[in-house]
Design a protein around this ligand. Structure first.
Ligand SMILES: NC(=O)c1ccc[n+]([C@@H]2O[C@H](COP(=O)([O-])OP(=O)(O)OC[C@H]3O[C@@H](n4cnc5c(N)ncnc54)[C@H](OP(=O)(O)O)[C@@H]3O)[C@@H](O)[C@H]2O)c1
Length: 347
Protein backbone atom coordinates (compact mmCIF):
# COMPACT_ATOMS: atom_id res chain seq x y z
CA UNK A 1 0.00 0.00 0.00
CA UNK A 2 1.27 3.48 -0.85
CA UNK A 3 1.59 5.84 2.11
CA UNK A 4 1.40 9.63 2.08
CA UNK A 5 2.73 11.54 5.08
CA UNK A 6 0.89 14.82 5.54
CA UNK A 7 1.86 17.99 7.41
CA UNK A 8 -1.10 20.27 8.16
CA UNK A 9 -0.46 23.99 8.55
CA UNK A 10 -3.55 25.32 10.33
CA UNK A 11 -5.90 23.16 12.38
CA UNK A 12 -9.14 25.15 12.24
CA UNK A 13 -12.42 24.08 10.69
CA UNK A 14 -10.98 22.51 7.58
CA UNK A 15 -8.04 20.75 9.26
CA UNK A 16 -10.41 19.29 11.83
CA UNK A 17 -12.95 18.34 9.13
CA UNK A 18 -10.23 16.45 7.30
CA UNK A 19 -9.07 14.77 10.53
CA UNK A 20 -12.68 13.67 11.16
CA UNK A 21 -12.83 12.03 7.74
CA UNK A 22 -9.55 10.20 8.43
CA UNK A 23 -10.71 9.19 11.91
CA UNK A 24 -14.05 7.83 10.65
CA UNK A 25 -13.18 6.57 7.17
CA UNK A 26 -9.38 6.53 6.91
CA UNK A 27 -9.06 2.75 7.02
CA UNK A 28 -11.87 2.21 4.52
CA UNK A 29 -10.39 4.80 2.13
CA UNK A 30 -6.96 3.18 2.46
CA UNK A 31 -8.42 -0.22 1.52
CA UNK A 32 -10.51 1.21 -1.32
CA UNK A 33 -7.66 3.15 -2.95
CA UNK A 34 -4.63 1.20 -1.73
CA UNK A 35 -3.29 4.49 -0.38
CA UNK A 36 -2.83 5.38 3.27
CA UNK A 37 -3.04 9.03 4.40
CA UNK A 38 -1.06 9.60 7.60
CA UNK A 39 -0.86 12.93 9.40
CA UNK A 40 2.71 13.29 10.68
CA UNK A 41 2.61 16.95 11.73
CA UNK A 42 0.14 19.66 12.64
CA UNK A 43 1.27 23.23 13.17
CA UNK A 44 -1.25 25.84 14.26
CA UNK A 45 -0.51 29.38 15.34
CA UNK A 46 -2.39 29.34 18.66
CA UNK A 47 -3.37 25.69 19.18
CA UNK A 48 0.27 24.59 19.11
CA UNK A 49 2.23 22.09 17.07
CA UNK A 50 2.99 18.39 17.20
CA UNK A 51 5.05 16.15 14.96
CA UNK A 52 5.48 12.39 15.03
CA UNK A 53 7.33 10.86 12.07
CA UNK A 54 5.41 7.59 12.67
CA UNK A 55 2.01 9.29 12.48
CA UNK A 56 -0.43 11.14 14.73
CA UNK A 57 -3.83 9.69 15.54
CA UNK A 58 -6.61 11.84 14.00
CA UNK A 59 -8.86 10.87 16.93
CA UNK A 60 -6.27 12.04 19.46
CA UNK A 61 -5.77 15.34 17.61
CA UNK A 62 -9.52 15.97 17.58
CA UNK A 63 -9.98 14.93 21.22
CA UNK A 64 -7.20 17.28 22.30
CA UNK A 65 -8.73 20.27 20.50
CA UNK A 66 -12.24 19.45 21.67
CA UNK A 67 -11.27 18.98 25.32
CA UNK A 68 -8.62 21.64 25.86
CA UNK A 69 -8.92 23.89 22.80
CA UNK A 70 -5.34 23.18 21.78
CA UNK A 71 -2.79 20.48 20.97
CA UNK A 72 -0.39 21.29 23.75
CA UNK A 73 -1.27 18.31 26.00
CA UNK A 74 -0.67 15.72 23.27
CA UNK A 75 2.41 13.60 23.60
CA UNK A 76 4.58 13.67 20.49
CA UNK A 77 8.34 13.47 19.91
CA UNK A 78 8.48 17.01 18.53
CA UNK A 79 6.39 19.93 19.76
CA UNK A 80 6.16 23.66 19.23
CA UNK A 81 7.48 23.85 15.67
CA UNK A 82 6.14 26.78 13.67
CA UNK A 83 5.03 26.33 10.06
CA UNK A 84 8.45 27.02 8.57
CA UNK A 85 10.18 24.54 10.85
CA UNK A 86 7.45 21.96 10.32
CA UNK A 87 7.92 22.15 6.55
CA UNK A 88 11.71 22.06 6.89
CA UNK A 89 12.09 19.32 9.50
CA UNK A 90 9.09 16.98 9.40
CA UNK A 91 9.22 13.88 7.21
CA UNK A 92 6.02 14.89 5.37
CA UNK A 93 5.81 14.36 1.65
CA UNK A 94 2.61 16.42 1.28
CA UNK A 95 2.05 19.92 2.70
CA UNK A 96 -1.61 20.65 3.44
CA UNK A 97 -1.82 24.45 3.70
CA UNK A 98 -4.92 25.52 5.65
CA UNK A 99 -4.00 28.86 7.15
CA UNK A 100 -6.04 32.07 6.79
CA UNK A 101 -6.85 33.46 3.38
CA UNK A 102 -5.23 36.81 2.64
CA UNK A 103 -6.28 38.11 -0.77
CA UNK A 104 -3.86 41.05 -0.64
CA UNK A 105 -0.47 39.44 -0.05
CA UNK A 106 -1.34 35.73 -0.07
CA UNK A 107 0.93 35.39 2.95
CA UNK A 108 1.96 33.47 4.92
CA UNK A 109 0.58 30.74 2.66
CA UNK A 110 2.56 31.70 -0.46
CA UNK A 111 5.81 31.34 1.48
CA UNK A 112 4.71 28.04 3.02
CA UNK A 113 3.77 26.59 -0.36
CA UNK A 114 6.94 27.82 -2.00
CA UNK A 115 9.17 26.41 0.75
CA UNK A 116 7.43 23.03 0.58
CA UNK A 117 7.65 22.79 -3.23
CA UNK A 118 11.35 23.62 -3.07
CA UNK A 119 11.75 20.82 -0.54
CA UNK A 120 10.04 18.41 -2.97
CA UNK A 121 6.70 18.14 -1.16
CA UNK A 122 3.38 17.91 -2.98
CA UNK A 123 0.90 20.66 -2.07
CA UNK A 124 -2.76 20.55 -1.16
CA UNK A 125 -4.43 23.78 -0.20
CA UNK A 126 -7.95 25.08 0.32
CA UNK A 127 -6.58 28.60 0.78
CA UNK A 128 -7.59 30.92 -2.08
CA UNK A 129 -4.86 33.47 -1.30
CA UNK A 130 -1.82 31.76 -2.83
CA UNK A 131 -3.83 30.34 -5.73
CA UNK A 132 -5.71 33.50 -6.71
CA UNK A 133 -2.55 35.61 -6.41
CA UNK A 134 0.39 33.37 -7.36
CA UNK A 135 -0.89 30.25 -9.16
CA UNK A 136 1.11 30.73 -12.40
CA UNK A 137 4.37 31.11 -10.42
CA UNK A 138 3.61 28.28 -8.00
CA UNK A 139 2.51 25.81 -10.66
CA UNK A 140 5.65 26.54 -12.71
CA UNK A 141 7.78 26.01 -9.61
CA UNK A 142 5.92 22.75 -8.89
CA UNK A 143 6.58 21.49 -12.44
CA UNK A 144 10.25 22.38 -12.05
CA UNK A 145 10.46 20.34 -8.83
CA UNK A 146 8.32 17.45 -10.11
CA UNK A 147 5.56 17.84 -7.52
CA UNK A 148 1.77 18.23 -7.77
CA UNK A 149 -0.54 20.98 -6.47
CA UNK A 150 -4.10 20.12 -5.39
CA UNK A 151 -6.44 23.10 -5.09
CA UNK A 152 -9.94 21.60 -5.29
CA UNK A 153 -11.12 23.20 -2.04
CA UNK A 154 -10.39 26.76 -3.17
CA UNK A 155 -13.62 26.98 -5.21
CA UNK A 156 -16.92 25.41 -4.03
CA UNK A 157 -15.12 23.51 -1.25
CA UNK A 158 -15.57 19.75 -1.78
CA UNK A 159 -17.89 20.05 -4.79
CA UNK A 160 -15.45 18.94 -7.49
CA UNK A 161 -15.60 22.01 -9.70
CA UNK A 162 -11.96 22.43 -10.67
CA UNK A 163 -11.43 18.72 -11.25
CA UNK A 164 -14.56 18.58 -13.42
CA UNK A 165 -13.27 21.48 -15.48
CA UNK A 166 -9.64 20.35 -15.63
CA UNK A 167 -10.22 16.70 -16.35
CA UNK A 168 -13.67 15.93 -17.64
CA UNK A 169 -14.62 19.08 -19.54
CA UNK A 170 -11.18 20.02 -20.86
CA UNK A 171 -11.79 18.34 -24.21
CA UNK A 172 -15.25 19.92 -24.54
CA UNK A 173 -13.65 23.41 -24.75
CA UNK A 174 -14.95 25.66 -21.97
CA UNK A 175 -15.89 29.07 -23.41
CA UNK A 176 -17.60 30.56 -20.39
CA UNK A 177 -18.08 29.85 -16.69
CA UNK A 178 -20.80 31.51 -14.67
CA UNK A 179 -21.40 30.73 -11.06
CA UNK A 180 -22.70 31.44 -7.60
CA UNK A 181 -19.45 30.89 -5.73
CA UNK A 182 -20.12 32.76 -2.49
CA UNK A 183 -22.61 31.11 -0.14
CA UNK A 184 -22.92 34.06 2.23
CA UNK A 185 -24.24 36.48 -0.38
CA UNK A 186 -26.49 33.83 -1.90
CA UNK A 187 -27.99 33.20 1.53
CA UNK A 188 -28.54 36.95 2.06
CA UNK A 189 -30.19 37.34 -1.36
CA UNK A 190 -32.42 34.30 -0.71
CA UNK A 191 -33.54 35.80 2.60
CA UNK A 192 -34.23 39.16 0.93
CA UNK A 193 -36.27 37.30 -1.68
CA UNK A 194 -38.41 36.02 1.22
CA UNK A 195 -38.95 39.58 2.49
CA UNK A 196 -36.01 40.26 4.85
CA UNK A 197 -34.09 43.54 4.71
CA UNK A 198 -30.40 43.42 3.81
CA UNK A 199 -29.42 44.23 7.43
CA UNK A 200 -31.64 41.49 8.89
CA UNK A 201 -30.46 38.92 6.34
CA UNK A 202 -26.82 39.76 7.05
CA UNK A 203 -27.38 39.53 10.82
CA UNK A 204 -28.99 36.12 10.36
CA UNK A 205 -26.10 34.94 8.16
CA UNK A 206 -23.71 35.98 10.93
CA UNK A 207 -25.69 34.10 13.59
CA UNK A 208 -25.68 30.95 11.41
CA UNK A 209 -21.91 31.23 10.91
CA UNK A 210 -22.16 31.86 7.15
CA UNK A 211 -20.88 35.45 7.41
CA UNK A 212 -17.86 36.78 9.26
CA UNK A 213 -18.08 39.59 11.83
CA UNK A 214 -16.57 41.78 9.10
CA UNK A 215 -18.56 40.68 6.04
CA UNK A 216 -16.78 42.97 3.55
CA UNK A 217 -14.90 40.17 1.77
CA UNK A 218 -18.17 38.41 0.97
CA UNK A 219 -20.70 41.21 0.42
CA UNK A 220 -18.39 43.40 -1.66
CA UNK A 221 -17.51 40.45 -3.92
CA UNK A 222 -13.81 40.07 -3.05
CA UNK A 223 -14.15 36.38 -2.17
CA UNK A 224 -16.02 35.66 -5.41
CA UNK A 225 -13.45 37.69 -7.36
CA UNK A 226 -10.64 35.52 -5.93
CA UNK A 227 -12.51 32.42 -7.06
CA UNK A 228 -13.17 33.77 -10.55
CA UNK A 229 -9.45 34.47 -10.95
CA UNK A 230 -8.79 30.83 -10.03
CA UNK A 231 -11.41 29.58 -12.52
CA UNK A 232 -9.96 31.77 -15.27
CA UNK A 233 -6.32 30.89 -14.66
CA UNK A 234 -6.76 27.19 -13.92
CA UNK A 235 -9.51 26.28 -16.39
CA UNK A 236 -9.10 28.81 -19.21
CA UNK A 237 -5.33 29.18 -19.33
CA UNK A 238 -5.59 32.90 -18.51
CA UNK A 239 -3.21 34.83 -16.30
CA UNK A 240 -5.49 37.49 -14.87
CA UNK A 241 -5.22 39.12 -11.45
CA UNK A 242 -7.80 40.38 -8.97
CA UNK A 243 -7.42 43.86 -10.46
CA UNK A 244 -8.67 42.52 -13.81
CA UNK A 245 -12.04 41.45 -12.35
CA UNK A 246 -14.86 44.00 -12.76
CA UNK A 247 -16.30 43.69 -9.26
CA UNK A 248 -19.51 44.88 -7.64
CA UNK A 249 -20.99 43.49 -4.42
CA UNK A 250 -24.58 43.17 -3.22
CA UNK A 251 -24.71 46.08 -0.76
CA UNK A 252 -26.46 48.38 -3.24
CA UNK A 253 -29.40 46.02 -3.80
CA UNK A 254 -32.66 47.14 -2.17
CA UNK A 255 -35.79 45.16 -1.26
CA UNK A 256 -37.45 47.17 -4.05
CA UNK A 257 -34.92 45.84 -6.61
CA UNK A 258 -35.61 42.29 -5.44
CA UNK A 259 -39.39 42.77 -5.58
CA UNK A 260 -39.29 44.37 -9.05
CA UNK A 261 -37.24 41.47 -10.42
CA UNK A 262 -39.61 38.95 -8.83
CA UNK A 263 -42.63 40.64 -10.40
CA UNK A 264 -40.92 40.33 -13.78
CA UNK A 265 -40.14 36.62 -13.36
CA UNK A 266 -36.48 37.21 -12.48
CA UNK A 267 -34.16 36.79 -9.51
CA UNK A 268 -31.02 38.66 -8.42
CA UNK A 269 -27.91 36.55 -7.94
CA UNK A 270 -24.28 37.54 -7.33
CA UNK A 271 -22.80 36.03 -10.49
CA UNK A 272 -19.11 35.42 -10.95
CA UNK A 273 -18.40 35.11 -14.63
CA UNK A 274 -15.43 34.48 -16.88
CA UNK A 275 -15.60 34.18 -20.64
CA UNK A 276 -13.36 34.02 -23.67
CA UNK A 277 -13.74 36.72 -26.31
CA UNK A 278 -11.68 37.61 -29.38
CA UNK A 279 -9.61 40.02 -27.29
CA UNK A 280 -8.92 37.71 -24.34
CA UNK A 281 -10.50 36.43 -21.15
CA UNK A 282 -12.85 38.76 -19.25
CA UNK A 283 -13.96 38.24 -15.66
CA UNK A 284 -16.56 39.93 -13.51
CA UNK A 285 -18.49 39.61 -10.27
CA UNK A 286 -21.74 41.51 -10.19
CA UNK A 287 -25.37 41.26 -9.10
CA UNK A 288 -27.26 39.94 -12.11
CA UNK A 289 -30.95 39.46 -12.85
CA UNK A 290 -31.53 35.92 -14.06
CA UNK A 291 -34.76 34.57 -15.58
CA UNK A 292 -36.40 32.27 -13.05
CA UNK A 293 -35.90 29.25 -15.36
CA UNK A 294 -32.10 29.77 -15.51
CA UNK A 295 -30.37 26.84 -13.71
CA UNK A 296 -28.54 29.23 -11.37
CA UNK A 297 -31.72 31.12 -10.41
CA UNK A 298 -33.08 28.20 -8.40
CA UNK A 299 -29.90 27.78 -6.31
CA UNK A 300 -30.82 29.19 -2.92
CA UNK A 301 -29.35 29.57 0.57
CA UNK A 302 -25.62 28.98 1.08
CA UNK A 303 -25.42 26.45 -1.78
CA UNK A 304 -23.02 27.16 -4.65
CA UNK A 305 -23.26 26.33 -8.35
CA UNK A 306 -21.41 26.82 -11.61
CA UNK A 307 -22.50 26.51 -15.21
CA UNK A 308 -19.77 25.63 -17.71
CA UNK A 309 -20.63 26.64 -21.25
CA UNK A 310 -18.74 24.29 -23.52
CA UNK A 311 -18.36 23.98 -27.23
CA UNK A 312 -19.13 20.25 -27.44
CA UNK A 313 -21.65 19.70 -24.63
CA UNK A 314 -23.39 23.03 -24.31
CA UNK A 315 -24.15 23.98 -20.71
CA UNK A 316 -23.14 21.71 -17.81
CA UNK A 317 -24.25 22.86 -14.35
CA UNK A 318 -22.82 21.62 -11.05
CA UNK A 319 -24.58 22.39 -7.75
CA UNK A 320 -23.26 21.60 -4.26
CA UNK A 321 -21.90 22.85 -0.97
CA UNK A 322 -19.53 25.80 -1.15
CA UNK A 323 -18.29 25.64 2.44
CA UNK A 324 -18.30 23.53 5.58
CA UNK A 325 -15.65 21.66 7.50
CA UNK A 326 -16.47 18.20 6.20
CA UNK A 327 -17.14 19.34 2.62
CA UNK A 328 -13.83 21.18 2.50
CA UNK A 329 -12.04 18.33 4.27
CA UNK A 330 -13.35 16.11 1.47
CA UNK A 331 -11.58 18.35 -1.08
CA UNK A 332 -8.29 17.42 0.60
CA UNK A 333 -9.12 13.72 0.24
CA UNK A 334 -9.94 14.23 -3.45
CA UNK A 335 -6.71 16.13 -4.04
CA UNK A 336 -4.64 13.47 -2.29
CA UNK A 337 -6.23 10.72 -4.37
CA UNK A 338 -5.63 12.86 -7.47
CA UNK A 339 -1.94 13.14 -6.55
CA UNK A 340 -1.83 9.39 -5.95
CA UNK A 341 -3.26 8.71 -9.43
CA UNK A 342 -0.56 10.90 -10.97
CA UNK A 343 2.45 9.62 -9.05
CA UNK A 344 1.71 5.93 -8.51
CA UNK A 345 3.61 3.53 -10.72
CA UNK A 346 1.54 2.46 -13.74
CA UNK A 347 0.56 -1.18 -13.45
N1 LIG B 1 -14.25 26.70 6.27
C1 LIG B 1 -14.63 26.51 5.01
O1 LIG B 1 -15.76 26.11 4.74
C2 LIG B 1 -13.67 26.77 3.88
C3 LIG B 1 -14.06 26.47 2.58
C4 LIG B 1 -13.15 26.64 1.53
C5 LIG B 1 -11.91 27.16 1.79
N2 LIG B 1 -11.56 27.50 3.07
C6 LIG B 1 -10.21 28.04 3.31
O2 LIG B 1 -9.43 27.05 3.96
C7 LIG B 1 -8.51 27.66 4.87
C8 LIG B 1 -8.78 27.12 6.28
O3 LIG B 1 -10.12 27.46 6.61
P1 LIG B 1 -10.70 27.21 8.06
O4 LIG B 1 -12.16 27.40 7.95
O5 LIG B 1 -10.14 25.97 8.61
O6 LIG B 1 -10.10 28.47 8.81
P2 LIG B 1 -9.92 28.62 10.38
O7 LIG B 1 -10.92 27.81 11.11
O8 LIG B 1 -9.81 30.08 10.64
O9 LIG B 1 -8.49 27.94 10.61
C9 LIG B 1 -7.30 28.48 10.14
C10 LIG B 1 -6.24 28.00 11.09
O10 LIG B 1 -4.96 28.36 10.60
C11 LIG B 1 -4.17 28.74 11.71
N3 LIG B 1 -3.09 29.58 11.21
C12 LIG B 1 -3.15 30.80 10.69
N4 LIG B 1 -1.92 31.23 10.33
C13 LIG B 1 -1.06 30.23 10.63
C14 LIG B 1 0.34 30.04 10.53
N5 LIG B 1 1.14 31.00 10.05
N6 LIG B 1 0.89 28.89 10.97
C15 LIG B 1 0.10 27.92 11.50
N7 LIG B 1 -1.24 28.04 11.63
C16 LIG B 1 -1.81 29.17 11.21
C17 LIG B 1 -5.13 29.44 12.64
O11 LIG B 1 -4.62 29.41 13.94
P3 LIG B 1 -5.31 30.12 15.22
O12 LIG B 1 -6.68 30.51 14.89
O13 LIG B 1 -5.21 29.06 16.25
O14 LIG B 1 -4.48 31.30 15.42
C18 LIG B 1 -6.40 28.59 12.49
O15 LIG B 1 -6.46 27.55 13.41
C19 LIG B 1 -8.73 29.17 4.77
O16 LIG B 1 -7.79 29.71 3.90
C20 LIG B 1 -10.14 29.26 4.20
O17 LIG B 1 -10.35 30.45 3.47
C21 LIG B 1 -12.40 27.31 4.12
Amino acid sequence: MRTYRLALIGFGNVGQGFAQILRDQGDALAQQFDAQMTIVAVSDLLKGSVCDPDGLSPAALLDAVQTSGDLKGLSAPYQGWDAVRTIAESNADVLVELSYTDLESGEPAVSHVRQAIEKGQHIITTNKGPIALRYPMLSALARQHGVEIGIEGTVMSGTPTLRLGQELLAAAAIDRIQGIVNGTTNYILSQMESGATYADALAEAQVKGYAEADPTGDVEGFDAAGKVVILANVLMGASITLGDVARQGITGLTPQDIATARNEGQRWKLIASVGKTADGVHASVRPTRLPIEHPLASVSGPTNAVTFTTNLLGDVTLIGPGAGRQATGYAIVCDLLGIDRKVKPRG
